[in-house]
Design a protein around this ligand. Structure first.
Ligand SMILES: C[S@@+](CC[C@H](N)C(=O)[O-])C[C@H]1O[C@@H](n2cnc3c(N)ncnc32)[C@H](O)[C@@H]1O
Length: 329
């Protein structure tokens, strides 16, 4: 990239003798192919250890580019913080076009959360709407098993292998934050399976972050690397703009598209979203160290601080949500 970064000069000079600076490392060409999804998968280094494990587990049972191990320490916290941040940002858990049409007081209503993760959305929804029957599926079990509202069922299932539910079972299906997991073919497969289990006239809700950052050069340089990895894995870095066409191509009628922008300097939710970004970086540490050429935890932490500083100065966190309906016939 050849970018000139004037960042954190003091901390750089302290580390210059020992390490390449983060800025220098960011300029290194990175071997994106080497972190494609079929790479070998030793475990991530435990917190507090000094050496960075750069080949951590990135491969899911379905070979998807599952960048985060759901059972990883801190992952549940991240999911909780992200859930409540997104809920405030989008002014609720359900897009208006869906909540206007469905009766969430009805005991007939059936809702499915595909890839429910720690189950925060489900737990929140099931508490708010005690009459509705909620179902969560995930390929990993990390939802609370013993203490949860009685109107939630959970089972371990892989949406790409076909769900166990009958055709036309659900009024509403949510499937959010899959853009780092699904490649283009998996999206088509998963949307077809959701279509099958949705009732005619039922709704799907998707929500994804934007990847191409419009911040300063430092921020854009990192985001370019992330986009390269997504492209190398045939994942869609422009998923935000493509949510509506994706629904249309897969037989749904798009009914709503909402974009929310959190300016990381001025937005009232800036601290929440900066925290989410910091936790996400930690979750993606095995990738971050590899694409930035970092070799120690110290370098990783230095990069993280610089990146966060640049985000605050220049960037925004952008999220889009989309609702679609399965046509009546
Ligand atoms: C980034 S997390 C999002 C979790 C949750 N939807 C949320 O909003 O917090 C993606 C989730 O999808 C799950 N997942 C990935 N591939 C899947 C598949 N093929 N079938 C079912 N779940 C899957 C992962 O285990 C993970 O819990």
């Amino acid at each position: 990239m050849g970018a000139k970064y004037s960042i954190n000069q003091n901390s750089h000079s302290q580390n210059n003798k020992k390490f390449r600076t983060v800025s220098q490392n960011l300029r290194l060409s990175t071997n994106i192919k080497s972190i494609k999804r079929h790479s070998p998968t030793p475990p991530m280094s435990p917190p507090g250890t000094n050496s960075v494990q750069s080949d951590a587990s990135l491969v899911s049972a379905t070979n998807s580019f599952n960048y985060i191990d759901n059972t990883q320490k801190g992952e549940t916290d991240r999911n909780h913080v992200k859930h409540f941040g997104l809920k405030v940002l989008f002014e609720g858990n359900v897009l208006k076009s869906i909540s206007d049409k469905l009766d969430f007081t009805s005991s007939e209503l059936r809702v499915l959360d595909v890839g429910c993760g720690s189950g925060t959305w489900l737990l929140d929804m099931a508490t708010e709407y005690p009459n509705v029957q909620f179902t969560g599926i995930d390929q990993i079990s990390s939802i609370p098993q013993d203490i949860r509202p009685s109107n939630i069922d959970f089972s371990v299932q892989d949406v790409l292998c076909g769900l166990s539910f009958e055709d036309n079972s659900f009024d509403f299906v949510q499937m959010r934050l899959f853009s780092m997991t699904f490649d283009r073919a998996y999206w088509v497969q998963a949307l077809a399976e959701v279509y099958r289990v949705l009732k005619p006239g039922g709704y799907i809700q998707l929500l994804e972050p934007r990847y191409d950052d419009t911040g300063d050069e430092f921020v854009r340089d990192y985001s370019t690397k992330v986009v390269s990895i997504l492209n190398a894995n045939d994942q869609d870095p422009n998923i935000c703009e493509n949510l509506t066409p994706l629904l249309e191509k897969n037989g749904y009628t798009p009914v709503e598209f909402v974009e929310k922008i959190v300016n990381l300097k001025t937005h009232p939710l800036r601290n929440e979203f900066l925290y989410i970004i910091r936790l996400t970086l930690d979750s993606c540490k095995p990738y971050v160290v590899k694409i930035c050429g970092l070799t120690t935890d110290e370098q990783y932490l230095e990069f993280q601080e610089e990146y966060m500083e640049h985000l605050v100065k220049s960037s925004e966190s952008v999220w889009t949500a989309c609702a679609g309906m399965k046509p009546l016939n």
